[in-house]
Design a binder for this molecule. Structure first.
Ligand code: GLA
Length: 365
């Protein structure tokens, strides 16, 4: 794209309609360095990310569909969406706040998962406005969730800003939220990556490094036990970088059925707002994805529940053919007194940023 083209504010193109007749728009954000990102207004969802490989060839590296009906289908396991109001699990869908008890939908028996059933943030249509500034091209999506929606207290106003840098292959997602009553908030993006190109058969050949000495062990229903444990000597030690397939079989019979763990990120350097969370490398294509965040945790999920659903371009999404790296506060924080707090108070602003930088590995020989 020419520099002149990148000066134009992106506008939404029609992407179809939801079952209940709402129009959905798709925004395209481009970098002069090659990265192309498409985001739709249903669920403030990443629909496509085209990143260059070692030969400069662009491939779409995230799972998704070509139309809204795909996203509304049973096969959609939170592909690319903004996830909330509270991502991940809340034990038995229950919590108590300011002396009031709340009960949320149980949609991941026996727990609440990813904000609910009908009106979680991934299922509603957001308002959107494209913009350009000296940093790049972006789109700002807003949604106002009424008091009590999906059982959560307070009216929650959420803004998610997607920005593609002008001259590097970097996508930054910034989240902001305000409430009029104390309420738990934990927001993430649930993109499923395969750096060989979405629809490639596995991610077991990807090499993952996590900046985490500790993780939060879970019970049989994937609710944290409350312990913060060392990764030392476990199959979840990714501090030095390891092929995902190397030890995954050891977890086949665990409650997580593979990797589905929340990692506690090591403290961020004092001089930096963002903390390195993860580096994923796909040796054959040379693609590398670096994730940095202001969040204290990251869920690494190895696509264990993917079941061969057919997505974009008729491609099949097989078991463990994509991975998620969900930057977040820890699961079930609202019920876990020793985890960092996720309750947003009226008058406060929730703020969180995650950066996804696509690079090329320099061959060793
Ligand atoms: C999260 C969870 C997984 C699974 C996926 C969606 O990453 O941790 O257990 O529910 O979402 O399928």
């Amino acid at each position: 794209m020419t520099a002149a083209a990148s000066a134009q504010a992106p506008t939404g193109e029609p992407f179809g309609k939801t079952k209940d007749g709402k129009s959905v728009e798709l925004y395209t954000l481009e970098s002069d360095a090659g990265l192309v990102v498409k985001v739709m207004t249903r669920g403030a969802t990443l629909v496509q990310i085209h990143a260059p490989d070692k030969d400069g060839k662009l491939d779409d590296v995230i799972l998704g569909w070509d139309d809204v009906a795909g996203y509304e289908s049973e096969g959609n396991q939170y592909f690319g969406c903004t996830t909330g109001r509270v991502c991940n699990r809340i034990a038995r869908g229950k919590f108590t706040l300011d002396g009031m008890s709340y009960e949320l939908a149980i949609n991941n028996d026996p727990n609440h998962l990813h904000g609910g059933v009908e009106r979680s943030l991934d299922k509603v249509v957001w308002n959107a406005k494209g913009f350009t500034n000296k940093r790049g091209q972006g789109v700002r999506m807003t949604y106002s969730s009424p008091d009590g929606e999906e059982g959560y207290p307070g009216k929650l106003d959420v803004t998610v800003t997607f920005l593609v840098a002008k001259d590097s292959n970097r996508l930054t997602i910034q989240y902001k939220a305000n409430t009029d009553k104390a309420t738990p908030v934990n927001l993430t993006n649930h993109a499923y990556f395969n750096l060989a190109g979405a629809g490639s058969e596995t991610v077991l050949d990807h090499v993952l490094r996590l900046n985490a000495d500790q993780y939060t062990p879970v019970d049989d229903t994937l609710i944290p036990t409350g312990k913060i444990a060392s990764v030392e000597g476990t199959d979840v030690d990714f501090r030095k970088g390891a092929r995902i397939g190397k030890r995954i079989a050891a977890l086949d019979d665990a409650s997580t059925i593979g990797y589905d763990h929340n990692f506690v990120l090591n403290p961020r350097p004092a001089d930096s707002r963002l903390n390195l969370a993860a580096i994923v490398r796909h040796p054959d294509s040379g693609r590398v994805l670096r994730i940095a965040t202001t969040e204290p945790g990251i869920q690494f999920y190895s696509g264990n529940f993917l079941m061969g659903q057919v997505g974009k371009d008729g491609k099949t999404y097989a078991h463990r053919s994509a991975l998620c790296l969900e930057t977040q506060h820890f699961p079930d924080s609202v019920n876990q007194p020793n985890f960092p707090d996720t309750v947003l108070q009226p008058g406060e602003t929730f703020e969180s940023t995650t950066q996804y930088t696509f690079q090329i590995a320099i061959p060793k020989n």
